[in-house]
Write a protein that binds this ligand. Sequence first.
Ligand code: F0G
Length: 459
Amino acid sequence: MKPIYFPEPFRIKSVEPLKMLTREEREEKIAKADYNVFYLASKDVYIDLLTDSGTGAMSSDQWAGVMLGDESYAGADCYFKVQEVAKKIFGMPYIQLVHQGRAAEKVLLPILLNGKKYAISNMHFDTTRAHVELAGARAIDCVVPEALDTTAQYDFKGNMDCKRLEKYINELGAENIGVIIMTITNNSAGGQPVSVKNIRETRAIARKYGIKFMIDAARYAENSYFVKQREPEFKNSSIADIIKASFEDADCFTMSSKKDAIVNMGGLIGCRDKELFELVKQRTISFEGFITYGGMSGRDIEALARGLEEGVDENYLRYRIGQMQYLAARLDEGGIPYQSPVGGHAVFIDAKKLLPHIPYYEFPAQALAIELYREAGIRACDIGSYMLGNDPDTGKQLEAEFEFTRLAIPRRVYTQSHLDVIADALINIKERASSIKGYKIVEEPPILRHFTAKLKPIK
Ligand code: F0G
């Protein structure tokens, strides 16, 4: 019997037509885009899996809220509403709106780092790493070793390696570490979950050494659903209680609302301590705007207040994680390797295994992303050596730990038929894998090159 993974807890009221190009047309478009998927026009893409960030479909209730948004500069109605909802969900006394996740990082991280040398995380997302570095510190990743083996069956591959964390603290000196950051789910390791037990252990270590403990909460709801499924202590808990347990005792959090809060733009900062919050407010006013709107339109704040509630609904989360599990099961049938067990917001295809004949310096994960576009108009992205770039000292290409082609699934946007197209495309590509060639870069900027570099196929 075929298991039913994810009955959609919604029906479709408004649709957005998609153009379907021929293979020849796609061939022409990707060549014109210099084999960089970021240069493709979205209208030339059939299934867009570039990111799950800000690409979700809002509900009819959220759209109704857009019309009711209060655009007052100070003290708007939607501000009070979002405060109430966020305080209830996160159990944090102080909440600040900002315009997206990296804005939260820009405001908060310099306060926490303030002259300190290091931040340690289970894994920093790129923008978090960038803001640690902009604050004059270094970002150290400390994920459990199981995360590095894409075939290792482990429930919480996103976890912090607590033994190594304590070793780092002793070696580097607790006084030099400004913050310990727990990213839930762990995006860079493949959207992998973190257990509440691991969050508690990490924050106990932070307490022991007097270091601030911060949560990067972009996908906190998806993480909580995994906890309910996999951590025996929480199997009868509500998602709301798991979120409370995860945030209990954290000093602060940053959040991109563009993921689990299902809005197209927005971010949050949460603080437990009034003193820290005062500093956050001051920086928010200079970078983002007055504290009651923090860089957001009133209509978007109203949609956020409603999206926060929808994003923690258990029926929605079962469907959401179920989409990944359905796609992963189809890939298993086809023998396609990926970071397994599958994570919460994306399937990370192991391009190193699928295209073993392409060396890291010819970018196997980028080659696979291009092939997906050729095959079915699917836009995915490289999370591997192509994204990692060159050593800033020697200028030599670095070799990434993983060569992932990330298929990030937008929330409530694509149907099971779309997922089948993705699986079938990968299975077709696998059949001709040995004939697929690598790429070379013909033009690149010095930093964050993957967004704008130009490439050519290797003959
Ligand atoms: N933290 C995590 C874990 C993220 O995944 C992201 C964004 C951010 C912070 C920054 O948030 O985009 O609102 O400024 N991740 C997106 C992605 C871009 O595609 O994974 P932002």
